[in-house]
Design a protein around this ligand. Structure first.
Ligand SMILES: O=C(CO)[C@@H](O)[C@H](O)COP(=O)(O)O
Ligand SMILES: [Co+2]
Length: 225
């Protein structure tokens, strides 16, 4: 399986955001992950469409906007207009999840559904045919630099089975506490898009870090490699 690396700019140096985005792009990043927090769904506030617009000016990579906000439908058009290519909404925030997904699609972006660690995979059953990616939170959302929750591995595997059964090319993204120690476990459970904030931006050499990620992902534990 081809793995994609999506650095989360939440851990970037915001005094040099443009440089940071260009640096991860030239280091081999596949998507740029942008965490939007409202201080209501999650206990932290980050940024809105103007940061997506600024990021759009710095890179041609897909901009992957993770909306950790209540009532996302009202603001989704502004994020797509600002340049979001992929938009994920949390199932926990969307009483009309199918409608939110259709809205993202109708605006020309790729829709995704995010699940908190405590939310079961069954939430996806009736939207699987309508989405391009699933985001499994492997920490409770709201902050970078938290510890990976191992209980999520089983959920990743169960969601991968559902994707296989659907026969559709749906990406399975994992987000939170992804680093060289947890990468292999999540990929073996079935994840193919790996979001990492602190494990990339808190290193000196982003290219070396992303190469190390790919090296670990290629290892075959059955052959002791
Ligand atoms: O969505 C979130 C946090 O809510 C993430 O995208 C974090 O930004 C990931 O940070 P690390 O755990 O990789 O440091
Ligand atoms: Co995120």
């Amino acid at each position: 399986m081809k793995h994609l690396i999506a650095p989360s700019i939440l851990s970037a140096d915001f005094t040099r955001l443009g440089e940071e985005i260009r640096a991860v792009e030239s280091a081999g990043a596949d998507w740029i992950h942008i965490d939007v927090m409202d201080g209501r769904f999650v206990p932290n506030i980050s940024y809105g469409p103007i940061i997506v617009e600024a990021a759009r000016k710095c890179t041609n990579l897909p901009l992957d906007v993770h909306l950790m906000i209540v009532e996302p439908d009202a603001i989704i058009p502004a994020f797509v207009k600002a340049g979001a290519d992929l938009v994920s909404v949390h199932a926990e925030t969307c009483p009309h999840l199918h409608r939110s997904i259709q809205l993202i699609r109708s605006l020309g972006a790729k829709p995704g559904v995010a699940l908190n660690p405590g939310t079961p995979p069954e939430m996806l059953d009736y939207v699987m045919d309508d989405i391009d990616f699933i985001l499994v939170m492997t920490v409770n959302p709201g902050f970078g630099g938290q510890k990976f929750i191992p209980r999520c591995l089983d959920k990743i595997a169960r969601i991968r089975e559902r994707i296989v059964r659907s026969g559709r090319p749906v990406h399975l993204q994992v987000d939170g506490g992804i680093n060289p120690d947890t990468l292999k476990q999540v990929s073996m459970a079935g994840a193919d898009v790996l979001v990492a904030g602190s494990a990339i931006f808190q290193t000196e050499d982003y290219k070396k870090t992303i190469e190390e990620f790919h090296h670990i992902l290629r290892r075959d534990p059955d052959r002791g490699l």
